[in-house]
Design a protein around this ligand. Structure first.
Ligand SMILES: [Mg+2]
Ligand SMILES: [Zn+2]
Length: 197
């Protein structure tokens, strides 16, 4: 990728953080079964383009269904495994999946806490920075929490109109840097943006 003027040199790989449900796979409510995974059309192509442009692609997801007692962490991992299989089989490499199982008002005591990793908190991204030696550049997601996460990190955000995207209010639309029909349009805008600036 091109290095932007004024940006300090770094050995960290630039990274794009993607939301999972409603952004790279279809939003179907609390997803409790790997067999229910359906990739959003164009998402595989979008991940491929980011990868080819030199970005590390990382998925970060709030999975409060664990704290709510709907499913276990094993289920979350199985669903993530299925997503990884679908994308990686098509050479659209997702480097790693991170998720937050917490929710303050859940029913499973172990997970029903105020944590520092439920988006828009930055805990999952900080973990990725440490483990993968990456530098966050962009968050793409379908909800206010994704856009606020990017604000909290001081990086670009793109709201996609898939999943819950169309239900977000004007406030979210004004907070984000770009609104895209889907993740492929988001990625095209981002790669083009980096060529211009
Ligand atoms: Mg989502
Ligand atoms: Zn958490």
């Amino acid at each position: 990728m091109s290095v932007r003027l004024g940006e300090k040199e770094t050995n960290k790989k630039p990274a794009v953080f993607l939301d999972r449900d409603g952004t790279i796979i279809e939003e179907i409510g609390f997803i409790d079964d790997p067999n229910k995974v359906v990739p959003i059309s164009n998402a595989v192509e979008a991940v491929k383009r980011l990868h080819d442009a030199g970005y590390s692609v990382i998925v970060i997801s709030n999975q409060s269904g664990v704290a709510r007692g709907y499913f276990s962490e094993d289920t979350v991992r199985a669903v993530n495994g299925k997503v990884a299989e679908i994308f990686n089989n098509d050479s659209a490499k997702i480097e790693k999946f991170y998720y937050c199982p917490h929710y303050a008002h859940g029913i499973v005591p172990k997970y029903s806490i105020e944590c520092n990793c439920r988006k828009p908190a930055t805990g999952l991204v900080e973990k990725a920075i440490e483990e993968l030696n990456v530098e966050p550049k962009l968050v793409i997601g379908d909800r206010e929490s994704d856009i606020k996460l990017a604000k909290n990190l001081g990086i670009l955000s793109i709201l996609v109109l898939t999943g819950y995207g169309k239900k977000q209010n004007d406030y979210v639309g004004q907070m984000t840097d770009f609104i895209a029909d889907d993740i492929l349009q988001a990625v095209e805008w981002f790669l083009n943006f980096n060529n211009i600036f």
